[in-house]
Design a protein around this ligand. Structure first.
Ligand code: FES
Ligand code: FES
Length: 175
């Protein structure tokens, strides 16, 4: 069974098909950004993107990912390690407290901004509403998403990213 995760081909044993995707990516691939909090599909701490859409990896099976592109938080930075503008905005806005919800929050916001690069604060609030933050730092999280939004507008090359800066691999994968 072949999976496509963060632009890489990953071979998984057929016997892994019935395991939860979250368990597989955390324990077999050491991609520990996605977190296991509720484990029952309620909190979105485990969100990864499947073909650009947020999915809760704690309730998805590995076999559900076959034939799709999976993006985890580890795939957001550029190949040179430079943070994605959205990740940088979370830091700059003071949006990270304990950090537990942040990978899922960033990926949900990334999926949203890819479709809407000039959202209202209310639209941002609704887009991230499935993602629960127990530190309740929602205002700064909304600030971060709002700050990063312009970096998702199309440049003249048809690529997303801040004008004048190289778009990250993740951004190019989700134009
Ligand atoms: S850990 Fe998956 S939704 Fe809570
Ligand atoms: S920053 Fe702690 S749960 Fe959100």
């Amino acid at each position: 069974m072949i999976l496509h995760i963060n632009g890489r081909e990953i071979e998984a044993a057929d016997s892994a098909g019935d395991r939860h995707l979250l368990d597989f990516i955390r324990h077999d691939l050491d991609l520990t950004g996605a977190k296991n909090a509720c484990g029952i599909g309620v909190c979105s701490a485990c969100v990864v993107l499947l073909d650009g859409e947020p999915v809760k990896a704690c309730v998805k099976k590995v076999r559900d990912a076959v034939g799709h592109e999976i993006l985890t938080i580890e795939g957001m930075a550029g190949e040179d390690g430079a943070l994605h503008p959205l990740q940088q905005a979370f830091i700059d806005s003071g949006a990270i407290q304990c950090g537990f919800c942040i990978p899922g929050m960033v990926l949900s916001a990334h999926a949203f901004l890819t479709k809407n690069s000039s959202p209202t604060r209310d639209q941002i609030r609704r887009a991230i509403s499935p993602n629960l933050c127990r530190c309740t730092g929602y205002q700064q999280i909304i600030d971060a998403v709002e700050t990063a939004a312009p970096s998702y507008s199309k440049t003249t090359d048809g690529l997303c990213g801040s004008v004048g800066s190289a778009p990250s691999a993740a951004c190019q994968a989700n134009p």
